[in-house]
Write a protein that binds this ligand. Structure first.
Ligand code: GDP
Length: 375
């Protein structure tokens, strides 16, 4: 039988004070069941900080998360919002703008190593600024980095030093944006000659939540806040082996299709793009190499979907099909010369050519929308 947390004998982490639980590794206060009987137990997060100088991310419920945002708003310091540039909308921290107070916000686009090599970095940064403005978040600067590859870290550290102006730094972000990878990089940058840095956990007033605190100098620290899950991302619904295919692990090779009206593209069996009307347009697909793309006639698309879902149209694997919500269709007119159709967590299709319309079928709850072209 699965071991459950016994709430009648609730134990607390002796490091950060959070209630301990044995059920979910991604949630705060996790300890392996076998460790719970010990006299002094620390949660996985404190354990790793203590033993490896390493900060794994934990995820939070929305109420706790809101408390954290509110707390940050009343503190003085620089807020660093980390987003995943491959899933900009899906990894956007909603509600942040309401809570930043007068604090400056620095926007960090991580995973730039996934974008094609020939991108114009300044254009992408400008695009990030425009998007932020559209969503009501005023940012002081946008930086592109790859936490995994170490790209752009110096620029980020310089921007942080400039905008924090001697004050604390609060790093916030949705789960999976690569925040712990980034924090581990910064740990190296801020450690002394011996490679040591004194990390502690501290509490947000009014919560039991431990934040990781990394001293930047004598007076100020960097605080790493726990992440929150966005349920609009495709990754939320997929089995781990499908997730591996859907999340690109290396640079995306865009695939170009010239389509006439009446043609359909399948992205695995997760998304179907029907080109309903219009002239010959180019559809450039920015999705992971692990998601095969199939082109077919619109009139045959239903039949192909019924016959081949989970086989030729895979991911989703049969295991994920059971978990996936029903398919929902979205229609969009193509008004601009160039626009992206985004499927949150899966990627985007850049459509070049004005006029006509498309229909996108994607699992219900997954964010699907048009935006100005990123590249
Ligand atoms: P967190 O939940 O925000 O702490 O995210 P993690 O640091 O655990 O990273 C989530 C996933 O993104 C992991 O699979 C990482 O390997 C990957 N990742 C993190 N940073 C980068 C990056 O700069 N580039 C790429 N390609 N992947 C990254």
């Amino acid at each position: 039988m699965k071991e459950m947390t016994d709430y009648t004998k609730q134990k607390y982490c002796s490091g950060c004070g959070i209630p301990l639980q044995t059920e979910n590794e991604r949630l705060p206060g996790y300890v392996p069941g076998g460790a719970l009987h010990k006299e002094e137990v620390v949660c996985k997060r404190c354990f790793r900080i203590k033993h490896y100088n390493e900060a794994p991310q934990v995820t939070l419920g929305e109420d706790d998360f809101l408390k954290i945002l509110q707390q940050i708003g009343t503190s003085q310091g620089l807020i660093v919002q980390v987003v995943d540039i491959f899933d900009f909308h899906g990894s956007w921290l909603r509600g942040l703008q309401r809570h930043v107070g007068n604090n400056p916000v620095l926007l960090v686009g991580n995973k730039v190593d996934l974008l094609p090599k020939a991108i114009n970095v300044n254009r992408v940064k400008q695009w990030m600024r425009r998007q932020s403005k559209e969503w009501g978040l005023q940012i002081v600067d946008a930086v592109l980095i790859s936490a995994a590859k170490g790209q752009g870290i110096d620029e980020l550290v310089n921007a942080m030093e400039k905008w924090r102006d001697g004050r604390d730094v609060y790093v916030v972000g949705i789960t999976n944006v690569g925040k712990s990878t980034l924090i581990n990089r910064l740990l190296h940058d801020y450690s002394d000659e011996t490679g040591e840095v004194e990390i502690t956990t501290s509490h947000f007033p009014g919560t039991t939540l431990g934040m990781i605190e990394i001293p930047l100098d004598e007076q100020s620290s960097l605080f790493d806040t726990p992440g929150i899950i966005n349920k609009e991302q495709m990754s939320y619904y997929l089995a781990p082996k499908d997730l591996k295919l859907v999340m690109p692990s290396k640079r995306i090779n865009p695939t170009i299709y010239q389509l006439n009206a009446g043609q359909t593209l399948f992205l695995g069996g997760l998304v179907r793009i029907d080109y309903m009307s219009g002239g010959r347009h180019s559809f450039v697909c920015y999705v992971s190499n692990g998601v095969p793309i199939h082109r077919t006639k619109l009139e045959r698309a239903d039949e192909i979907y019924q016959k081949h879902l989970g086989e030729m149209l895979n991911p989703p694997s049969p295991e994920s099909i059971k978990k996936l919500p029903e398919m929902l269709s979205h229609e969009f007119p193509l008004r601009k010369e160039s626009q992206d159709v985004v499927i949150s967590g899966l990627g985007w299709i850049s459509i070049k050519g004005t006029g006509g319309s498309i229909r996108i079928c994607a699992p219900k709850g997954i964010g699907v929308f048009l935006r100005d072209s990123l590249l």
